[in-house]
Write a protein that binds this ligand. Structure first.
Ligand SMILES: O=c1ccn([C@@H]2O[C@H](COP(=O)(O)O)[C@@H](O)[C@H]2O)c(=O)[nH]1
Length: 290
């Protein structure tokens, strides 16, 4: 199904495109996080030339085989406009090669400003247009509405921070809402909002949650949001593909496991990068089936 945004014919819904990509290439998401330490271990300087070489090496090595990429915008923004230009080109090249790009920019603000963030990442034709964007609901889920609306109209998606992989996240995400008669936590509330957005969508909706693979037993949460669950934390943060069924239970089929540093550290050799991504893809397949 195609939808119209102004005069442009746009994409099939993100959830549909993501499900197809997961079926064809497997669910692995490789993060593109050009840490200074990684540039150094690749023998590159921590400057714009190093950033370019690092980024385009990853793109060329993996764009044709991995389903989903998650560039971490912060590592590009730290170089200013020239870093953002590298991110723009990488995003376009990954998408041209058939990969889906989840821009990890974690945007969130009052609705009127949120509308501008949405224009930057979710309006087809924008220089940083991405298949999906990570967003922070800390100003309230309703403040994300402009992004939800534009994503829906454009065939893009969102990943809302619900239960993040870092231990500090619990003080916010596991806090119980005093205003809620059901006394749900903030994390559970975000999952409930997403389930509403995705209701009735097939094969799944376009509005996902970020849920860390590091979190252990999540049976207290209803992860059945009929949408994707982006799961960072595998590799450098200590989680493994074998943890996925334990953490996600019946929702494991909707999990998009992210690995960043544990793949990237294998560079700069393209074959070694591909080998690391393949090993993770195989371990994930063995753990979740399919
Ligand atoms: O809860 C979250 C949300 C986002 N991230 C991001 O994912 C990657 C993880 O990188 P690794 O090198 O695989 O640890 C990174 O870009 C984070 O900003 C997260 O870790 N947890």
């Amino acid at each position: 199904m195609t939808r119209e945004v102004t005069s442009e014919v746009t994409l099939e819904p993100f959830g549909t495109r993501l499900r197809r990509a997961m079926d064809e290439r497997g669910p692995l998401c490789v993060g593109i996080d050009p840490h200074a330490a990684l540039l150094d271990s690749w023998g590159l300087a921590d400057d714009i030339a190093g950033l370019e070489r690092f980024t385009y090496t990853v793109v060329e090595a993996l764009a044709g085989t991995v389903a989903v990429f998650k560039p971490q915008a912060a590592f590009f923004e730290r170089f200013g406009s020239r870093g953002v230009a590298v991110l723009e080109r990488a995003t376009a090249d990954l998408r041209t090669a058939g990969g889906l790009v989840v821009m990890d920019a974690k945007r969130g603000d009052i609705g009127s400003t949120m509308a501008a963030y949405a224009e930057a990442f979710l309006r087809p034709g924008a220089p940083l247009f991405s298949d999906a964007l990570t967003v922070s609901p800390y100003l309230g889920y309703g403040s994300l509405k402009p992004a939800v609306d534009l994503a829906r109209a454009s065939g893009a998606g969102l990943f809302v921070l619900a239960l993040t992989s870092n231990p500090e996240g619990a003080e916010v995400q596991r806090a119980v809402r005093a205003d809620d008669p059901e006394r749900r936590t903030i994390g559970a509330t975000m999952l409930a909002h997403l389930a509403e957005e995705n209701a009735g969508e097939t094969p799944m909706g376009s509005f996902g949650a970020v849920v860390g693979a590091t979190l252990g037993d999540l049976s207290a949460f209803d992860l059945g949001i009929n949408g994707p669950l982006l799961a960072p934390g595998i590799g450098a943060q200590g989680a493994t593909p074998a943890d996925l069924p334990k953490v996600f239970g019946a929702a494991v089929g909707n999990v998009v496991p992210n690995v960043s540093r544990a793949v990237l550290k294998e560079g700069p050799d393209a074959g070694a990068l591909r080998g690391a991504a393949e090993r993770y893809a195989n371990e994930i397949r063995e753990a979740v089936g399919g």
